[in-house]
Design a protein around this ligand. Sequence first.
Ligand code: DLL
Length: 433
Amino acid sequence: MPWDDQFETMPVDKLKEFQLKKLKETLEWVYEKLPFYRKKFDERGIKPANIKHLEDIRKLPMTVKNDLRDNYPFGLCAVPMDKVVRVHASSGTTGKPITGPYTAEDLDQWTECMARNLWAAGVRPTDIVQNAYGHGLFTGGLGFHQGACRLGCTVVPTSSGMTERQITLMKDFGSTALFCTPSYALTIAERAEEMKVDVRNLPMRVGVFGAEPWSIAMRDEIEVRMGIKAMEAYGLTELGGPGVSFDCEAQDGLHINEDHYLAEIVDPVTLEPVPMGESGELIFTAIQRRAMPMIRYRTKDISRLRREKCACGRTFIKMDKITGRSDDMLIISGVNVFPSQIEALLLDVEEVLPQYVLVIRKKGYLDSLTVRVEAKPEVYALGTEKRSEVEKKIAAHIQGMMGIGVKVDILAPKTIARSEGKALRVIDERPKG
Ligand code: DLL
């Protein structure tokens, strides 16, 4: 049984009717309240009343991250500040942060979306949940907190970092669920092994991970090392945070909370829709939010949509795990490469740890890729000859599977900085501009 039996299993035609109703209301709302959208719609000669079918959404202009930056901090907020009860923000590595204001009702909807997410992951009111997402401006900490509170779980808001303490509390409190980024889950697993704590023998049974791309191989690795089910959450600050889509027990794609988010997939270059089932960039329209509804937001996240019957009974459309971002897609010798593909290949190699960094440099006109990966301590100890053998083996594996030549550097264990939040996996040393 899903958390919400009204929407999560609603027949698709009814769901679409509901979406159209909410879309129309939202378009009227932004057109009336926000000069930003009114101007963009007027430039295209479109009035909200022209949208009569869901497909008509394609007539509307898209919104991009820069629009949010240009309107920093609250230019895209459609309600007066006295109706805003919370503001989150995403740090971003460059430029101004992206802000996410919420009305009380927006917060309530978000909480409901997170409750669905956690319930579908198998979290129950009896769980003691250790929430190791960063608490603060980042939407992960408080989003998961609210969802777990709604379920009635025992919530332990550890936030991220202080890894030893995470493990001690996990043991002392008997935590049964863990919320954090997948890379931090691995950091915890590794530290626990060093502390001679076998997480597999603790009551911990399920993790809900997200906020960064991770491969299925990495999911399997976490499941084996921690002896838990590794479930997923997806979302972004611009759309209210996690809770946009979520894993169910089938672990076969993430159900999108379709009564709140209208999803499209487009070709990232032409911005034209791609046929259902084909890979492209995810575009979302938030159809129930009021402080900052988003119209056709370009996520830059690459995925596929699948409308199919799911074993769990939910009718919500599914998106595949994110395979990368259209903007950090690497092009190496003409081949499109996503860091997650390389990660999956590294996890096939038994001599190395799942700790890696990809370094991109420019060599003449061509990009070159160096994969820096840590060896397991016992392999590293075997000396340079063994290391260069493993380097060659990995390079050949990547060449064989992806058709690109890379340089592999085997590093000593513990040389790559461990993640407490989103892992830094790519260092781009190409000249800018
Ligand atoms: O990362 C929200 C979140 C918190 C999601 C906790 C899940 C769990 P931002 O900081 O705004 O929001 O970053 C959003 O992170 O566009 C994706 O590129 C990436 N991302 C989020 N979830 C996933 C996921 C939060 N499950 C950006 N898989 C998004 C892959 C993800 N990438």
